[in-house]
Design a protein around this ligand. Structure first.
Ligand code: ATP
Ligand SMILES: Nc1ccn([C@H]2C[C@H](O)[C@@H](COP(=O)(O)O)O2)c(=O)n1
Ligand code: MG
Length: 200
């Protein structure tokens, strides 16, 4: 590629943490202050589920059971959403949730984006459970109930922690204690984003 036509790839930060650790809450702050686009894999799957897609029933069952939807579905949704926002940087929230997600991302997205690091929100299960049950009073989510929450923790501990450890070995994990007031959590998040992206 010549110097004139060379363009910088969009930056991607993966945002991971247990269910209810505060990923979506903190992403909203980063969007406001750093101009990233927030892509929640779970939100994209819920929209797809409600769109009349042929994958709707599968997605619905898997979400209720806290299982990870095949990457062929999720990566396509993420890729389409990224293509909708030229010249932006992205927070990819709730992804990659397992090794298969990560492999599919590497196979399909390495040439398209520059994956910078994993922002990992660490929070005890008891605290996350309390938050999710409270959210379940109004969220309408089929998985904000005790039975689904237990399954989601199991999937997180077995499958997602392995991905976080994989990136940890490459010194690409920024871990933040999210068992604090959201403002204090964001103080740490903001200083991480300033370190990587400078502005604000
Ligand atoms: N630091 C915090 N302290 C107390 N409550 C919080 C905090 N962060 C988020 N919450 C609340 O906890 C609930 C879960 O937060 P949020 O939706 O941001 O988590 P999440 O990690 O995106 O969850 P999920 O994985 O289920 O999508 C929400 O009701 C939110 O208002
Ligand atoms: N990469 C992903 C992300 C999410 N899902 C499914 C399974 C999750 O339990 C559910 C909700 O995600 P959340 O909104 O809590 O981030 O969505 C998946 O299969 N693959
Ligand atoms: Mg969320």
């Amino acid at each position: 590629m010549s110097l004139e036509t060379e363009t910088k790839k969009p930056a991607v930060v993966f945002v991971l943490g247990g269910p209810g650790s505060g990923k979506g809450t903190q992403c909203a702050n980063i969007v406001r202050d750093f101009g990233f686009v927030h892509l929640s894999a779970g939100d994209l799957l819920r929209t797809e589920m409600n769109s009349g897609s042929q994958n709707g029933d599968m997605i619905s069952t898997m979400i209720k059971n806290g299982e990870i939807v095949p990457s062929i579905v999720t990566v396509k949704l993420l890729k389409n959403a990224i293509n909708d926002h030229p010249k932006k940087n992205f927070l990819v929230d709730g992804f990659p949730r397992n090794e298969e997600n990560n492999k599919s991302w590497e196979d399909n997205m390495t040439n398209v984006v520059d994956t910078k690091f994993v922002l990992f929100f660490d929070c005890p299960e008891e605290v996350m459970t309390e938050r999710l049950l409270k959210r379940g009073e109004h969220s309408g989510r089929s998985d904000d109930n005790l039975e689904s929450i237990k399954k989601r923790f199991n999937t997180f501990n077995i499958q997602t922690m392995a991905v976080i450890e994989h990136y940890g070995k490459q010194n690409k994990v920024e871990k933040v204690n999210s068992n604090r007031d959201p403002k204090d959590v964001y103080t740490d998040v903001k200083s991480i984003f300033k370190k990587y992206f400078g502005t604000y």
